[in-house]
Design a protein around this ligand. Structure first.
Ligand SMILES: CC(C)(COP(=O)(O)OP(=O)(O)OC[C@H]1O[C@@H](n2cnc3c(N)ncnc32)[C@H](O)[C@@H]1OP(=O)(O)O)[C@@H](O)C(=O)NCCC(=O)NCCS
Length: 151
């Protein structure tokens, strides 16, 4: 089941974040800011069996006056990867942005992140621009875009 994140999810979100991103993980403070932020859609998928654990999350950011949505971050628990959870989270994000009237979704990924680039390609994103030294390391990134269909 996909649902909106709440402040009660923060411990599980941070566990997922640290395991998925290691040195690139967001701080608890910025995660909380994302959960509380009005102009965002922060969605989670609960792990089977409950007890508060999460199988995945996805954060979509909007800007007032802009029709471009940004898929800011997505992660799936390593034990739950390869089962379509990432694809479900992306589909949910695309549906939210389309409903809001957005015309484009953009995202970024590390050049070396094959799973992320594969996930976005499978969802119909195209790679539009190389982002030199965009990530700590430093490492280049790649910008991805998807044109959204009208509802
Ligand atoms: C990227 C990530 C969210 C994918 O989640 P997932 O639940 O494993 O993805 P899915 O099972 O839904 O896969 C959907 C599609 O993505 C692509 N994909 C997923 N993992 C892949 C991999 N390791 N290599 C290449 N393509 C991959 C495939 O096209 C796949 O479709 P298929 O299974 O029909 O071939 C997950 O690997 C993850 O959390 N990685 C660590 C955090 C991260 O890098 N986040 C992205 C930051 S930009």
């Amino acid at each position: 089941m996909i649902r909106d994140a709440t402040a009660a999810d923060l411990p599980a979100l941070m566990a997922l974040e640290r395991a998925a991103f290691a040195a690139d993980a967001q701080t608890a403070r910025s995660m909380r800011w994302l959960v509380d932020r009005a102009n965002s859609r922060f969605r989670v998928i609960e792990a089977p069996g409950g007890v508060g654990a999460l199988s995945g999350y996805c954060v979509l950011l909007f800007r007032r006056g802009s029709r471009v949505a940004r898929l800011y971050s997505i992660a799936v628990d390593s034990a739950a990867r390869g089962q379509g959870i990432g694809a479900r989270l992306v589909a949910d994000a695309l549906a939210s942005a389309t409903k809001r009237g957005d015309t484009v979704m953009r995202a970024e990924a590390r050049m070396s992140n094959r799973s992320s680039r594969g996930l976005f390609a499978a969802a119909g994103f195209v790679e539009t621009e190389r982002l030199v030294d965009y990530y700590p390391g430093p490492e280049d990134g790649i910008r991805l875009k998807k044109q959204l269909e009208r509802d």
